[in-house]
Design a protein around this ligand. Structure first.
Ligand code: NAD
Length: 420
């Protein structure tokens, strides 16, 4: 018995009938999605609080507003995006018309993770709907409350002959992937990205892989430690460190480390208070499995700041580790939690060499008062995105694409860069 066959057949029939192609239909779906976001803001806040202890402010700026912005952008640009694009002709083809027509792929599958479970499900959905596809959404089974809202409420706002939410974990998603889709948009870990890409290869289905990894953050000796600490704290501990583009570790000299540590302590206290556990701005680890994994990482190097944890709440304090060896687990796996190791390097060249010896990261950060230093890092490394003296504020720019490169993802090879 195949639990997905009927749903997929229904969606394919709708696509073949041309139901999703007209501009009016696409706009109506996008408006429906916008209404869902507005009318169920409270429900989404509650679901995100249950799943991740996410504060309403964080939920708004990193999930709901970003989705609404994408909806607005798509509605505004839909007529332009759908237009045929005339191209240059040569002497031989002067009498005809040559143009590029943008076609929907057909049946698109979107698989999303739990860390920004609204944003990373609905932003790809906006693109798929605007492009005139039928869509199957497979949200993460780990962010359960959000999964429930997406499965039970969202379909009421979209045409159900062209759109479906399916539920399941690894096993069910494995079965779903046996089916042929016309496009797969996957956001998640590199490990599962490989599984998705292999399944897609069987049908020669094109894929976008939005993956993760370890994002380096170089801090130059020539910097203002407090400004750097404020920004690193904000972006490392946002969403309790469970962010794919968060700075994963700091690379700096021992001298800069000494100046940075009191500054980091001061930022953490300023942002989360003397007792971060009681701060309404600090979330919790999503599951027991991830909590145990992160608690294990607290044993690497030496705790310089934080280090406290409480299993009953899945609480881990904003933590900074020093004296960390490259071979320790905290420097081998993506941390994805509120832990920031500092690794010492003696020079800019050594930092660049350290970065380039590893997989190409999803995001890379460089802090320096010297523009040349920031530009050297930008010029001599490769990553999906780059922040110069900044964290991931670039995510708020709908004008910049997002994607990884190599092991951090498979999308168009272009580097999103924002420096100040
Ligand atoms: P994950 O890879 O474990 O799961 C992602 C999705 O894949 C979920 O919907 C899950 O149900 C499904 N899945 C899990 N195991 C599967 C299997 N064996 N076969 C088929 N499907 C399976 O990732 P996660 O833990 O939900 O999210 C964390 C990861 O996502 C991190 O690596 C993070 O960096 C990455 N991420 C990347 C981006 C980006 O934009 N590049 C954004 C957010 C998260």
């Amino acid at each position: 018995m195949d639990p997905f066959a009927d749903t997929l057949r229904r969606l394919r029939e709708a696509f073949s009938a041309g139901r999703t192609r007209p501009a009016e239909f696409r706009a109506a779906q996008l408006r429906g999605l916008g209404r869902f976001l507005q009318e169920h803001k409270q429900l989404l806040h509650e679901a995100l609080a249950q799943d991740l202890h996410k504060a309403a402010f964080e939920a708004d700026i990193s999930e709901l507003i970003m989705c609404q912005n994408e909806v607005d952008l798509a509605l505004k640009n839909l007529p332009t995006w759908m237009k045929d694009e005339p191209v240059a002709k040569n002497l031989l083809t002067q009498m005809g018309s040559a143009f590029i027509r943008k076609e929907p792929f057909g049946l698109a599958l979107i698989i999303s993770p739990w860390n920004y479970p609204v944003n990373l499900t609905l932003v790809p959905l906006v693109g798929a709907l605007a492009a005139g596809n039928c869509v199957v959404l497979k949200p993460s089974e780990i962010s359960k409350s959000t999964e429930k809202v997406l499965a039970e409420v969202l379909p009421q706002y979209l045409d159900q002959s062209c759109f479906a939410v399916v539920l399941g974990g690894p096993q069910e998603t494995g079965r779903l992937l046996e089916h042929k889709f016309d496009y797969i948009f996957f956001t998640g870990s590199p490990r599962v990205g490989r599984i998705v890409m292999s399944a897609a290869a069987k049908h020669l289905t094109p894929v976008t892989l939005e993956l993760g990894g370890k994002n380096p953050c170089y801090v130059d000796d020539d910097c203002d430690p407090q400004t750097v600490a404020n920004r690193v704290t904000w972006f490392r501990y946002f969403n309790t460190g469970q962010t794919c583009v968060a700075p994963d570790y700091v690379l700096c000299s021992p001298d800069t480390q000494e100046r940075l540590l009191p500054a980091l302590q001061s930022s953490i206290t300023r942002f989360y208070g003397e007792d971060p556990r009681s701060s309404p701005s600090l979330g919790r680890i999503v599951s027991d499995k991830h909590f145990q994994r992160l608690r294990g990482l607290l044993g690497c190097g030496r705790v310089a700041i934080g280090g406290q944890s409480d299993e009953s709440e899945r609480y881990i304090a904003p933590t900074v580790l020093v004296d960390v060896e490259e071979t320790e687990p905290v420097m081998q796996e993506e941390i994805f939690g509120p832990i920031l190791p500092i690794v010492n390097v003696r020079s800019l060249d050594e930092a660049i060499d350290f970065i380039n010896r590893r997989e190409k990261p999803l995001a890379l950060y460089a802090f320096s008062n010297s523009k040349q230093v920031v530009n050297q890092i930008l010029d001599r490394t490769s990553s999906g995105s780059f922040g110069g003296n900044e964290g991931f504020t670039y995510l708020t720019l709908t004008s910049l694409p997002l994607g990884g490169v190599g092991a951090s993802g498979k999308s168009l090879q272009q580097r999103q860069t924002f420096a100040c």
